[in-house]
Write a protein that binds this ligand. Sequence first.
Ligand SMILES: C[S@@+](CC[C@H](N)C(=O)[O-])C[C@H]1O[C@@H](n2cnc3c(N)ncnc32)[C@H](O)[C@@H]1O
Length: 273
Amino acid sequence: MTSTAAFWAQAAPGWITQADRQDEIGRPLGAVALDQLRARPGERILDVGCGCGGTTAEIARLVGPEGSAVGLDFAEEMVRAARKRFGLGPEFLVGDIEALEVVPGAPFDAAYSRMTLMLLSDPVAGLSTVRRSLRAGGRLAATVFRDGGANPWLPAAVRGAAPHVGPLPPMPAGDEPGPFAFADPARVTRILGAAGFNTITIEPHDVMLDAPDEPDIVAEWLIEVGPAGGAYRRAAPDAQRSARAGVAGLLEPFRRHGGYRLPSGLWSITAIA
Ligand SMILES: C[S@@+](CC[C@H](N)C(=O)[O-])C[C@H]1O[C@@H](n2cnc3c(N)ncnc32)[C@H](O)[C@@H]1O
C-alpha cells in the first residue's frame, strides 16, 4: 500500500462517521463542478475519489436509470460505506486512479471530482487514467482548493487539535499532495496538459460553507475529515474534548449570525479528453 493509500485507510472511519455532515455542509465545495459537468440522462459518469459516495449518488440522479454513475476510491472502507449508504443506483469501485490503466466500465462520457485531484501523489498519472477512461471528447469537471489565504479556516482543524492528540503526519510542503497543492493554476494547466487533456479552463470560485452554531460538532467534523482525524480517534476522551475546544477556539472569528460561515476559495476546472 502506498503512503497516501495508508493515510486514507486510517482516515476512513472519521469520514464515514461524518459522511452525512460532509455531504450537507460540504456541498458548495463541488456544486459548481456539478453544474459544469452538464450531466444528461443516459450518460455514464465517473466520480474520482468519491469518498463515502454522496456526490456519486447526486450524479446518479442526474443521469437517471438509463445512465450510470460510477464512484471510484482506493479507501475500501469508504467504498463499503458508500454502497451501504446508497444501495443500488450508483456503482462503487475500489481502485487507485494512479495505478489503473483505465477505470473498469470505461469509456465514460464525463468525469467529475470534488476535492481530490490535489491529493494525488502523482497527479499526471491519475489524470492520465481519467483521460484514458473517457471517450474522445469526454468532459472533466472538478473542484480543488486554491491557496491557504482563500481558505483561512482550514488549518484550524490541525492547529487546534495537534497539541492534544499528536503526533500528526507532517504537513505537506510545496507541490506535495495536500489541500493547497493545486494552488498555482499554471501548474494545474501543465498537469492536465501532460495527462493529455485539452480545452482546459481554470476559474476562481468563492463559496461559503454554512455550519450550525454548535462548536463541539463543527470542531469534530473538521478534525475527523482532516489530517488529525486518525490521531483524534485514537486519543483518550479528555484529549478529544481538549482538541475540540482548541479547534472551536480558532474557529471563533468565523462564528456569526447564529452559525459558522467558512469562506472557501476554489478553482473550478474543466477539460476535454
Ligand atoms: C478529500 S477526500 C474527498 C472525498 C469526496 N470527493 C468528497 O468531496 O467528499 C479525497 C478522497 O480521494 C481518495 N483518493 C485519494 N487518492 C486516491 C487515489 N490515488 N485513487 C483513488 N482514490 C483516491 C481518498 O480515499 C478520499 O476518499
